[in-house]
Structures are given as C-alpha cells and as structure tokens.
Design a protein around this ligand. Structure first.
Ligand SMILES: Cc1cc2nc3c(=O)[nH]c(=O)nc-3n(C[C@H](O)[C@H](O)[C@H](O)COP(=O)(O)OP(=O)(O)OC[C@H]3O[C@@H](n4cnc5c(N)ncnc54)[C@H](O)[C@@H]3O)c2cc1C
Length: 481
C-alpha cells in the first residue's frame, strides 16, 4: 500500500463505529469503487433515496460529514418537525405547475408516516398538523434512517467530500458505468446512476455548501439563483433596539415597493436589530432581489438622526437598498379595525389617561412604550401604529441562519415523475438542490422524503428491469446503456 493510501486508511479508521467503520475499512482497501447507484449526500433526501434504491441495486451513500443526517439533528429546534398533515402543493414555491404535486402524490405524507412507522419510529401529531418523533428528539429519526440504510445494505462513505462529477468513467468505463465521481481523498466512484442529494446552501455549517449546484452545472443544468430563506430579517429602524426580546401575536404583511404581496399570522419576535418568528420566516421566501446579510450587521451611527425622523406608520418613504424595497407591516390587534381602536383610545384619553397607559392595556408594555414614543400622541396616530407598524427590511439573515434555499436546479430540467435529469440519463436530483422550497412546519422535509423516494425508486432499478422497460419503450426515462 502506498503512503497516501495508508494515510487515508488511517484517517478513516478513526471515524465511525461498528458498521460504518467496517465499511470505511472495506472501502479504503479499494482505489476505485463501483456501485449501481451513488447517492451524493447523506441528508434527509439522500438517505431516503439510498434506502429506496437499495431495494434493487447496490448503493453507496457518500457524505462530506463524518456522520449522516447532520442537518436533521438541528431541525425543529432539535425535535425535527419531519412532516405536516396539510402538506400540499400550495405550501411550496411555483405551485400550480404540477411539479411538486406530482412528487408528493408519488410519495405522500401517508407513505412517509408508514415508512417511518415500519422503520420503527413512533410519531406525535401536534398543532398545525406538525409531526415530530414521539421521543421529542431528532436523533431518534436519524438513527431509524441510518439503521434502515444499513439494513438494506447501503454502504456509507462518510467524511469525504465529492469534488467533481463527470459523465463516463474517464477512460475506466467498463460498459455499464455512466458516471465518475472524484472525492477529496483521491478516491473515485464509478456508477450507473448518480443521485445528487447535496442540499442547497442553507444551514451552511451542517455541510450543505452548494456543491450540488456545481455538479448539476457540470452536466449542463442551469439554476434559479439560490438565496437564503426561512430566516429572520434585519432592519435599520432604530426603534427596534428597545424592543429586543419582545414577542407579540399578530399579522405581518409583506409589501414590495409599497404593494402587498404576502401575509402571515403568528408570533412576531423582536430581536433588537430586526424581527423574527415563524410568520416572518415564511415571508422571507417572497423576498426576491434582496441581498442576504452577514448576520453581523452594525448600524451606521451617522444615519441615526435621519432614521429617527422616519415615520414608521403606514406607507411613508423608507431607506432604499437599490433593489426592490420591502417593508413588513405589523398589525398587533387583528381583531379590531383601525377606526375601532381610534375610538377606544380617544375615549380613554378623554377620561384623562396617558397614551402609554392606554397602550399598556392593549399590547406588551415595551411595545406600548415604543409605540407611544413613535406616535404624535393622538388617537389617530396610535391606532395607526397598532395596526400598521412598518418595519423596513434591510436584508435577511445569511446562509448560516437560513433554514431553506429558494432557487436551485430548474424544475423544467427535471422530470417530476422520476426526478431524473431531462438532460442526462441516469442523473437524478432530490431534496433542496432542486428549485423547490416550502413554508415552515415540516414542508421542506416532506419534500426531501418524497423527492428522495421518487429518485431512489427509478435510480435503483436493476439491469433486468431496465431491459424490460427498454423493450416497452420508456422514453427519456429509460436507463439502458
Ligand atoms: C436550522 C434548521 C432547521 C430546520 N428545521 C426544519 C423543520 O423542522 N422541518 C422541515 O421540514 N425542515 C426544516 N429545515 C429544512 C430541512 O432540514 C431541509 O430542507 C432538508 O434537510 C434538506 O434535505 P436535503 O437532503 O436536500 O439536504 P441536507 O439535509 O442539507 O443534506 C445534504 C447533504 O449533502 C452533503 N454534501 C453536500 N455537498 C457534498 C459533497 N460535495 N460531497 C459529499 N457530501 C456533500 C452535506 O454534507 C449534507 O449532509 C431546517 C433547516 C435548518 C437549517
């Protein structure tokens, strides 16, 4: 064994335990590995694709992380909200083109629940149709998935990132292999089916760094420009500083260049430099053309005076950032109209009460203080602020904080019946690498399970089955050489 191979083997032997370590040792004994199906990415979609494909073919699941399902561990605040009883096309971007519904129909929420139940996971249904592992721990679901992958004979190759993927096995094609994937360690895997399950860029630290986009481009695919979403927004509004830690229930309305484009209801969380909360997260999916921030934004003290003079109620002018202008309008009392609130405040003012005192009887005390400072002490302006507090959006939080990527491999270039590339036979995509993103509440993981199962189904067909399909004329879904 030459030096570099020895070094690689030594590195692998420290990683993983039990089955994983055994597989790592086996793998290190070879220079070039072969498999019917190679799945790039051992996240939610990749594990599902691998498990499904392994029913009928030999499978290697490879991941740059040294453990599978790393992102899954942080989902749902460590509890993993893995699906939603109300998952439907309307919860995803681009609804109406039939792409997502085709995949969800092929592997539905019911199929997902059955799959996990058979694999040994007990689940719990909570408010809003959200499903979690009964244990309350994401790790339960990860263990169930990785054990299932092992039980089905998937070989896990962890701790080694794929660096390039190409068609044909670069001179080593023995006839059946169509792809050759090179890894950081220098190892190469040749395979007939390549399933790209590398995720997007959201939650960067968990390993999804956007490599899948490069692999897709190498095969001629194009992308809808990726941007971070399901994250908090940052604002230059100075009044937010005093609201750090405040939570208030209400309705948030997103306006682009002054026009309403989306609305959500829920708990608005003030962070001191912006606003957060699930309802705000869901709005960020609609913020096209907004640059992501670093997450470490500092206010410009020079601008402070100017900002303090900005009126934060209604549709007044606000700082602009070149692209479209986004504002989030907060309604803290959805049950009452502005006119009803004006009458109520005015009546109490006539009784001799101060505005701050009146507002304290309606909303959180810190919010009451801020609103009374922002208002011109009249019932009209106070009612307007209660119904229309405007938070101008400077940017969304960056890739580290984002929960999902909007954009990715164009759906027109993927056949939703198989998740196979329309450009390259045997190449499949699943999960977040494709241009599909959903709202909070289990929608994104459901997409990962559904698209993973669909990709793995056809990617895993045996040579025999492919032969019979070719005979019956399977069009661009044929996998035959
Ligand atoms: C903090 C957080 C909380 C979330 N909470 C929820 C929730 O509660 N419910 C919900 O539905 N969704 C949630 N999501 C979104 C959900 O987790 C993702 O949409 C989903 O995990 C995407 O699955 P995936 O398989 O496409 O990608 P990932 O899970 O990102 O997996 C991709 C894998 O590919 C590997 N990889 C990437 N490049 C390479 C390479 N070059 N070589 C080898 N391996 C590579 C990565 O290491 C990674 O393990 C959350 C996301 C975050 C970040």
């Amino acid at each position: 064994m030459n030096r570099s191979r020895q070094k690689r083997k030594g590195r692998k032997e420290h990683k993983g335990t039990g089955h994983t370590q055994k597989v790592a040792e086996d793998i290190c004994a070879e220079e070039i590995l072969r498999a019917d199906t190679l799945v790039l990415g051992a996240g939610a979609s990749g594990l599902t694709a691998g498990i499904t494909a392994a029913e009928r073919s030999s499978v290697i699941i490879a991941d740059g992380n040294d453990r599978a399902g790393r992102k899954l561990a942080v989902t749902g605040n460590g509890r993993c909200n893995f699906t939603n009883a109300y998952c439907g096309e309307e919860g995803y971007n681009g609804c109406g083109d039939g792409f997502v519904s085709s995949v969800l129909n092929a592997f539905s929420v019911e199929d997902t629940l059955e799959f996990f139940s058979e694999a040994g996971l007990m689940t719990r249904l909570e408010e809003g149709g959200r499903y979690y592992p009964y244990s309350g721990q994401a790790v339960s679901l990860i263990r169930v998935l990785t054990r299932e992958a092992q039980r089905r004979g998937c070989r896990m190759m962890l701790g080694d990132r794929a660096v390039s993927a190409e068609g044909k096995a670069a001179g080593r094609n023995t006839g059946s292999e169509r792809f050759s994937v090179l890894f950081e360690s220098g190892r190469r895997i040749v395979c007939r089916n390549l399933i790209i399950a590398c995720g997007g860029r959201a939650g960067l630290k968990t390993g999804s760094t956007g490599d899948g986009y490069g692999f897709a481009r190498a095969f001629g695919h194009t992308l809808v420009p990726p941007r971070p979403a399901l994250t908090a927004v940052e604002s230059d509004a100075v009044f937010l500083t005093g609201l750090k830690g405040v939570r208030a229930k209400g309705i948030v309305t997103l306006c682009r260049d002054g026009r309403k484009i989306a609305e959500e209801r829920g708990e608005i969380q003030f962070t001191g430099t912006g606003i957060s909360g699930i309802c705000v997260f869901d709005l960020t999916r609609c913020m096209e053309g907004l640059p992501p921030g670093s997450g470490k934004r500092r206010r410009d003290p020079e601008k402070k005076a100017e900002q303090e003079e900005t009126v934060y109620s209604g549709d007044s002018s606000c700082p602009s950032f070149g692209g479209p202008r986004y504002d989030i309008i907060c309604d803290f009392v959805p049950e009452k109209t502005e006119e009803e609130l004006r009458i109520l405040i005015s009546r109490r003012q006539k009784e001799g009460r101060k505005l701050k005192e009146i507002l304290e009887g309606i909303v959180n005390e810190h919010l009451a203080e801020t609103l009374s400072e922002l208002s011109s002490a009249t019932a009209v302006s106070a009612a307007s602020l209660l119904k229309n507090l405007r938070v101008p959006v400077a940017h969304t939080k960056g890739w580290n904080e984002a929960q999902v990527t909007c954009g990715g491999v164009r759906r027109e270039e993927i056949d939703p019946l198989t998740m196979q590339s329309r450009l390259t036979e045997g190449l499949y995509f699943c999960g977040e690498v494709a241009d599909v993103d959903g709202r909070c509440g289990g929608f994104n993981l459901q997409w990962a399970w559904s698209s993973g199962a669909v990709a793995g189904r056809l990617g895993g067909r045996t040579a025999e089955e492919r032969g019979s399909r070719a005979g019956s004329g399977s069009g661009n879904r044929s996998e035959d050489e």
